[in-house]
Design a protein around this ligand. Structure first.
Ligand code: HEM
Length: 228
């Protein structure tokens, strides 16, 4: 590619990241995610989280099939980032062969899925906003969460972590950087970048509601006795 053919590179990825830093910091303070990172979650609670992700990814990955041929959103769609088959594997592992019959979407997850249906099928920027929020979350935070969960659940056969294991991703930082490059070169004008940033904020908000609801279902913490 000659320099004249290089797509013009903006600084959108960096701005998107810094303009949503507050939301990212906030979500990490939620009780459910704190328990997850501290390795304090029981397998049941983890399975309920996987189920909520399953409903969201069902919509997001159907949208990805539609957006695959879109000139702007298409390059963001990668089979390496697909999570639905891995969520199915884990749900089967934790809940057994009838897992589909026992899972249900919370009201917060329903609201999240409704927004995904509203914007991800016919607005490329809206699809990318939600794809970025969920996929980079699982790719980035996923590594930390995986080691915490492995410590707490310690499955004898090493199973139950397909969702957080990106076997097809040789290097997470490289995939993240490639994703950021796509954000920088998508060719959106500043108005569209602002619209996408607002949608990413909304995606954080909807995810926050999902995790807040999951936190309400956690058993109460038993304070440790002094000297124990
Ligand atoms: C306690 C849970 C979480 C931890 C420990 C965590 C940790 C991280 C880390 C270490 C990164 C990489 C930062 C970097 O590349 O410098 C990251 C990126 C990211 N996380 Fe999280 N995260 C968590 C939860 C979430 C949640 C719930 C969401 C969204 C709903 C989210 C969305 C993102 C996004 C979109 C990025 C990419 C930011 C960018 O590079 O533009 N994270 N996270």
């Amino acid at each position: 590619m000659s320099p004249a053919q290089q797509p013009v590179r903006s600084d959108f990825a960096g701005r998107l990241r810094s303009e949503t830093r507050t939301e990212h910091e906030h979500v990490q303070t939620l009780p459910f995610l704190r328990a997850l990172i501290a390795g304090e979650l029981e397998a049941d609670a983890y399975a309920v989280m996987l189920a909520q992700h399953y409903f969201a990814y069902q919509v997001l990955e159907s949208a990805a099939e539609v957006m695959r041929s879109d000139v702007v959103a298409g390059p963001f769609v990668s089979d390496r980032l697909r999570r639905l088959p891995h969520l199915e594997t884990d749900l089967h592992y934790y809940l057994g062969p009838d897992w589909r019959e026992v899972i249900s979407a919370s009201e917060a997850t329903e609201r999240y899925c409704e927004r995904l249906r509203e914007v991800c099928f016919d607005w490329p920027g809206g699809f990318v906003a939600h794809h970025y929020t969920r996929c980079l979350a699982d790719l980035s935070g996923g590594a930390v969460i995986r080691s915490a969960m492995q410590r707490s659940l310690n499955p004898p056969d090493g199973q139950g972590f397909a969702f957080l294991t990106f076997d097809d991703v040789p290097s997470r930082p490289r995939v993240r950087n490639a994703y950021r490059l796509l954000l920088d070169t998508a060719g959106w004008d500043s108005r569209e970048q602002k619209r996408i940033t607002a949608e990413v904020r909304l995606a954080y908000h909807l995810n926050t509601e999902v995790f807040t609801d999951l936190g309400r279902r956690l058993p109460p913490r038993i304070p440790r006795q002094r000297g124990a």
